[in-house]
Ligand binder design. Structure first.
Ligand SMILES: Nc1ncnc2c1ncn2[C@@H]1O[C@H](COP(=O)(O)OP(=O)(O)OP(=O)(O)O)[C@@H](O)[C@H]1O
Ligand SMILES: [Mg+2]
Length: 267
């Protein structure tokens, strides 16, 4: 579905941001891209959607080499929920925004309204349809952006830290939505949230613009030192395992509980 071959990219001369990155993503796969701030995740998302073009190397979407000639065709296949939802809005109202991706499909008005209704409800924004998106909170904007991309129904969806502004309930709701797409859509989820990465079929870890790991979450999370050295966290459960290993003297459940309680309030 997606094939990335030895791509390089820099915003400024002699300051490479993406260095010789290659990976493939199969149809229906759910891939997480993890990486520290500035590692190049959003840049890759923009390269995949043709918002930026590579300096060298090639990107193929469904076998088609991404270039200026087929960019419009490819944009129909690849939807993106941007990290900063302010970059996403085009309409005067939430309703317009959700409808935007539907417009070039020439659906009858009735169908459009049904889709707007369905997707606004899915993200709990059905009571905001006549609002100006500018006046929404960050989390509300993210929900509208997600509804818009889902409504447009592209085959490939990129979520660039789409839950970063949501409260825990919102994160759970959106993660649940993403999980229901699993297997039906090809999904790239860019995230710092390791718990989201656990659900992925595969995790690609970026560091300083290069791929340092590309494997199942089970394998990726065993590379604790590599993750830590790339300014990434490890799973909370792994931290607890480390803690228990370090405290060899622990004898029973009470002592483990006491240690965990203390750990929770470590300052
Ligand atoms: N428009 C731009 N012009 C110049 N440099 C840029 C631009 N956008 C990003 N960069 C630089 O490119 C590098 C990669 O940025 P990118 O946004 O891809 O990182 P990221 O992995 O998405 O980070 P984050 O986790 O903070 O979202 C950074 O060093 C950033 O400063
Ligand atoms: Mg980013």
């Amino acid at each position: 579905m997606i094939k990335v071959e030895h791509i390089n990219f820099s915003y400024r001369p002699n300051e490479p941001v993406i260095r010789d990155v290659s990976f493939t993503i199969k149809k229906g796969e759910f891939v997480c891209i993890l990486g520290h701030n500035g590692s190049g995740k959003s840049t890759i998302a923009k390269l995949l959607t043709g918002l930026l073009s590579v300096d060298s190397g090639a990107i193929y979407i469904k076998g088609l080499l991404l270039n200026e000639n087929n960019i419009n065709e490819i944009r129909q296949q690849v939807g993106i929920v941007f990290q900063n939802p302010d970059n996403q809005f085009v309409g005067v109202t939430v309703k317009d925004d959700i409808a935007f991706g539907l417009e070039n499909r020439q659906f009858p008005r009735e169908t459009m309204l049904e889709l707007i209704d369905k997707y606004s409800k899915l993200v709990n924004m059905e009571n905001f349809l006549d609002y100006n998106p500018e006046n929404l909170s960050g989390g509300e904007k993210q929900r509208v952006a997600i509804a818009g991309v889902l409504a447009a129904n592209p085959e490939i969806i990129i979520f660039d830290e789409s839950t970063s502004m949501l409260d825990p309930k919102g994160v759970k709701e959106v993660t649940d939505i993403i999980n229901t797409l699993k297997g039906h859509k090809t999904i790239i989820a860019i995230t710092h949230n390791l718990n989201e990465a656990v659900f992925a079929d595969r995790v690609i870890v970026l560091s300083q613009g290069g791929v340092i790991l590309n494997d199942t979450p089970e394998v990726v999370f065993t590379h604790k030192e590599l993750l830590k050295n790339s300014s990434l966290d490890i799973l909370e459960s792994m931290k607890l395992m480390e803690l228990i290993e370090k405290n060899e003297h622990l004898k029973n459940k009470q002592e483990i509980e006491a240690m965990l309680w203390e750990y929770s309030f470590q300052k």
